[in-house]
Design a protein around this ligand. Sequence first.
Ligand code: TRP
Length: 365
Amino acid sequence: MAKISIDPWGSFLVKDYEKLIGQYGLEPFTDELLKKIPNPNKLMRRKVVFAHTDFGRVLNAILKKKKFYALTGIMPTMDKIHLGTKLVIENMRYFQDHGAKTFVLVADLEAAATRQVSLEEGRERALDFHIPAYIALGLDPKKTVFYFQSENEKVKNLAFIFSGKITLNEYRAVYGNTEPARIMSSILQSGDILFPQLEQRIPGIIPVGPDQSPHILISRDIVNRTKSTFNFVPPSGLYHKFTPSLDGDLKMSKSKPHSCISIPDDIDEVCKRIRKALSGARKTLADHRKYGAIPEKDMSFQLLTQHFIEDDKELKRLYDEYKCGRMTTGEIKDITCEKLTKFMEDFEKKIKKARKIIPKIKFIK
Ligand code: TRP
């Protein structure tokens, strides 16, 4: 079987999450594992989190109240974020609440090298939008260490050293692409991922979409090959599914703006898009009442599951009502628009508040 090369900078579609697990050597996120996790969040409970790498290490730290860290990166390319980013932040928040030392870095060097965003532009955008947005979406700034890649000498030094530990062929096998800017960004990302351990060797968790899994796997290889110098603990990964495109493709993509939702977004426009989104209902109302819907195929329902309904009982009730045909697709879409409107309005309020605390944030260097 041909191996899929994941291009973290491209628009890779994960057609089959199972296949991805197999080919990339990710571990499935099983019920057994779920049972051991204290107060799992909705993404874990609903299997939006579908795979992991070496999560046991982190779980152990959580259960034994030992130190560990959680880390994520911001790409300051646009003045809005993808709805899917909300999933990363939700998982970061989970770990923050369960004792993780949390790190959020601005990938300004990566954005400059791969997306032609100048360092000044990236910095400004991160301060004005991305960091406040992350706080608005639930990250606790008091418990978070922030830095810019361009200002963190230690991360850059790590990357330089790591570059001697990986070959072009390995890089090509994992990414299918060998542009120097990408190689440098990838190695820098390994620097990010392992940087928190310079202070202390502790487990770390990197919650990401599956497109970022190669960075974690390569970082683990690097850990193996730098044992004698650094003796780092191999970092763990937690992978969530993409938020599907409104037309039913597996991932929202900027190339199809009508099938995308970003944060922020024009609420009326988004509700119109939701009206046109792929539905799980039958062709006629009579058939719908008779046979019921397929909620799994309904993009509105997916949005409710991944993003907008916290309470499992509430979600289950809608699922049952829709599946048996008592509720119509129109009613499901009404609920989705209502929840989304509330979410977007809430976000605006929260980001305004969060912007006020940005001057107080100290960025480590
Ligand atoms: N490459 C990531 C992205 O495209 C950004 C990033 C940089 C990152 N360093 C990281 C993500 C470390 C997780 C961990 O979004």
